[in-house]
Design a protein around this ligand. Structure first.
Ligand code: G3P
Ligand code: MG
Length: 240
């Protein structure tokens, strides 16, 4: 369906390649997405690594927590074999590496992952990387924990923020968006209906739904008027 909604690849093209790896990001770019969503967290030496789980077990051949290992140690791990042997040897990527892989055309939605104690370390590191790569204005930084976005906002007034939300009641999401001066609210797709779209419009906020993999559902949400769809299968956007 044509229109001005943002086509956003979740963890790269994670439905058809191992999430957060070079092939996942290259495939998302080749599918002409507008934006790529990814998760960042800190290594032990406070490098920004692109990974969803705080534990290594599901998507690597390592064991333990990402935060317990240095970047050099994390770089030894294999992030592709769990998905398919053809992807054996794909390494964990840093945010800087992903930015250089995807090039300047595709925007980023960077989700902050971590615990309460991490935000004061993660926020300045993230700002440094985004600023150094001239990505600050074109990136939406999102998080489920408003405390992370508060830490970021304290350091920079102008970084575009998205309030990630997984509760059916959106009242607090609108409130956080107002208090933090966010540009978007990102609800779980099942909690999006015409009232949600109207509430976002009224507040001049973008509404970005995650994670939507079914073509008919993507179609319905676009018809409702959402501003963006995050999907594991960006190849399906062309079918809408
Ligand atoms: O940003 C949308 C989505 O990625 C949030 O959930 O767990 O996939 O990071 P998760
Ligand atoms: Mg995410």
């Amino acid at each position: 369906m044509p229109g001005s909604w943002l086509r956003i690849a979740h963890r790269g093209a994670s439905g058809s390649t191992p999430e957060h790896t070079r092939p996942a990001f290259e495939r998302a770019v080749s599918l002409d997405v507008d934006m790529i969503e990814l998760d960042v967290q800190l290594s032990r030496d406070e490098e920004l690594v692109v990974m969803h789980d705080s534990e290594l077990e599901r998507t690597t051949n390592g064991r333990g927590h990402v935060r317990e290992f240095t970047l050099t140690q994390l770089k030894q791990l294999d992030c592709g074999s769990w998905y398919e042997s053809a992807f054996q040897g794909q390494p964990i990527l840093t945010l800087e590496e992903v930015i250089s892989i995807i090039g300047p055309k595709v925007r980023l939605n960077t989700e902050m992952k971590g615990s309460q104690t991490d935000w004061d370390s993660l926020a300045p590191r993230l700002l440094t990387v985004l600023e150094r790569s001239s990505r600050l204005e074109s990136t939406i930084v999102s998080c489920f924990q408003p405390e992370a976005l508060i830490a970021l906002r304290r350091l920079r007034a102008h970084v575009p923020l998205g309030i990630l939300w997984q509760d059916p009641t959106l009242a607090d999401a609108w409130r956080w968006a107002r208090e933090l001066g966010a540009i978007a609210v990102h609800p779980f797709w099942m909690f999006v209906d015409s009232e949600t779209v109207a509430a976002a419009r009224e507040r001049h906020l973008q509404l970005i739904a995650w994670t939507v993999n079914d073509v008919d559902t993507i179609h319905s949400l676009v018809k409702l008027g959402v501003d963006g769809i995050i999907s594991d299968f960006p190849e399906r956007f062309a079918l809408v």
